[in-house]
Design a protein around this ligand. Structure first.
Ligand SMILES: NC(=O)c1ccc[n+]([C@@H]2O[C@H](COP(=O)([O-])OP(=O)(O)OC[C@H]3O[C@@H](n4cnc5c(N)ncnc54)[C@H](OP(=O)(O)O)[C@@H]3O)[C@@H](O)[C@H]2O)c1
Length: 243
């Protein structure tokens, strides 16, 4: 088991053990805004993918978890409930009406090769941030191009919305405690994809704030003025100063 996976499972043990459905009681109300269940495929089930899987599972959506470690994903799925399964990355990409990709940026070219055909035309939520010290040269390229446009080049035909990029994973399960109070900056070019992603963002208690097209995705990462937890109005004010 790798270090990140172990850290995630430890986090889950702390959050999950004390919580159960009780702590997430507000989530059902947040989920009340979305009567229809969606099929969500997750590629990457580490800190971010795992945190989002945990809260989306509680909203009743159907989930298929995937990474390169099926055993860990099966164990996580069993913890999260009967609406959560695990499979290969191709299984998750086929299954999802929406696919969340939450892997180190350096893994995106491989994902493009292995599941890119299945992602053409699909709504893809991209949480991935490029960091040179972790991801190498591709991160330099992605930062120059802008992370949203770079992801679109690596996953051609996918209807990408950048979201969940600039908030730490440990807070991703908490927004439902005060639904609508914390904003989630998102960026995308496809209207329907933005609407669907917005619904999923709202389902777990964030208020989505569209800051612009995929080109604005370069601001959705740590170290930019949009990083960190802000109210929806604060995000709009900051976004208005960016080009
Ligand atoms: N941590 C944060 O607070 C945070 C917040 C916002 C955004 N982000 C960004 O979101 C992304 C994920 O971050 P994280 O912290 O969740 O990372 P993480 O804990 O390291 O998890 C990464 C996940 O991706 C999987 N993975 C790696 N390579 C893969 C491949 N080639 N095919 C399929 N699965 C693969 C890993 O599992 P296996 O290695 O077992 O395959 C693991 O499940 C990153 O780009 C990060 O910069 C992170």
């Amino acid at each position: 088991m790798n270090r990140n996976r172990r850290a995630w499972l430890q986090y889950m043990a702390v959050v999950g053990a004390g919580a159960g459905l009780g702590t997430f009681g507000g989530l059902a109300r947040a989920a009340g805004t979305s009567p229809g269940r969606m099929k969500l495929g997750l590629i990457g089930t580490g800190r971010v993918g795992g945190a989002l899987a945990t809260v989306w599972a509680k909203t009743g959506h159907e989930l298929m978890l995937s990474s390169r470690n099926l055993d860990d994903d099966k164990a996580l799925a069993a913890k999260l409930g009967p609406n959560v399964r695990a499979g290969t990355t191709r299984d998750a990409a086929s299954f999802g009406d929406v696919v969340l990709i939450s892997v180190p940026y350096g893994a995106l070219p491989e994902i493009g090769k292995t599941v890119g055909d299945l992602l053409k035309g699909k709504i893809v939520i991209d949480t991935c941030n490029p960091f040179v010290n972790r991801d190498g040269e591709i991160a330099t390229w992605a930062r120059e191009k802008g992370a949203g446009l770079a992801s679109a080049e690596l996953l051609p035909g996918a209807r990408i919305v950048r979201a969940f990029n600039a908030i730490g994973f440990a807070r991703m399960g908490a927004a439902h405690e005060q639904p609508g109070k914390v904003g989630m900056p998102i960026a995308g070019d496809d209207k329907q994809a933005i609407e669907t992603a917005s619904r999923l963002v709202r389902d777990i208690g964030y208020e989505p704030v569209l800051v612009g097209g995929l080109a604005m995705g370069r601001y959705l990462m740590p170290g930019t003025p949009l990083a960190g937890e802000r109210t929806p109005d604060e995000i709009r004010q900051v976004a208005a100063t960016l080009k």
